[in-house]
Design a protein. Structure first.
Length: 171
């Protein structure tokens, strides 16, 4: 008797009835990020493990317990990305993205952490990440706060004049 086919625990499908919500989020992010001069960058889902060990830290729970790490056929240690920043910084260094001037980039997509699935926490989850690389001073931090506020308004999570929001996007 064969086992029933099903998704891996903690990894879920996005079904057609959920797609409009995801598309609304993605479209709003793309539009708002573009207004602030952020350009899209797509980094690999799999990276060499030392990238995350160096950038996140060897003694963190993410590195010590939660990364999906495996050897490839050549014996090199590979890891499914647990977060986006390390890959973005690696790509910026590898391709000299900040050589001529600072750059604003963003990405989004699936991330992976091997933690015990709980309500609202998944082994595969989706993250949006914006990075302002090569900028000095606190101005860019203020810009990110304003950009986030605009994004929340575009998504209808806060009304004009409101300053807080809380939401969960699952699927």
């Amino acid at each position: 008797m064969s086992a029933k086919l099903q998704a891996i625990r903690g990894m879920e499908d996005v079904l057609p009835d959920q797609s409009p919500l995801w598309e609304k989020l993605e479209d709003a992010c793309r539009d708002v990020f573009r207004q602030y001069g952020y350009v899209y960058v797509r980094t690999p889902i799999v990276e060499f493990t030392p990238l995350f060990v160096r950038s996140i830290g060897e003694v963190t729970d993410i590195v010590g317990k939660e990364m999906y790490t495996f050897p490839d056929r050549n014996g090199e240690s590979l890891t499914l990305r647990p977060e986006a920043t390390a890959g973005i910084v690696r790509a910026a260094i590898e391709h000299n993205l900040t050589y001529e001037r600072p750059v604003r980039v963003w990405t989004g997509g699936p991330m992976f952490r091997h933690e015990r699935p709980q309500k609202g926490r998944y082994r595969q989850f989706h993250q949006l990440d914006v990075e302002a690389l090569g900028f000095a001073g606190p101005d860019v931090d203020a810009e990110l706060i304003l950009m986030t506020r605009l994004l929340w308004r575009e998504l209808g999570l806060v009304e004009q004049g409101s300053s807080t929001a809380e939401f969960t996007l699952s699927g």
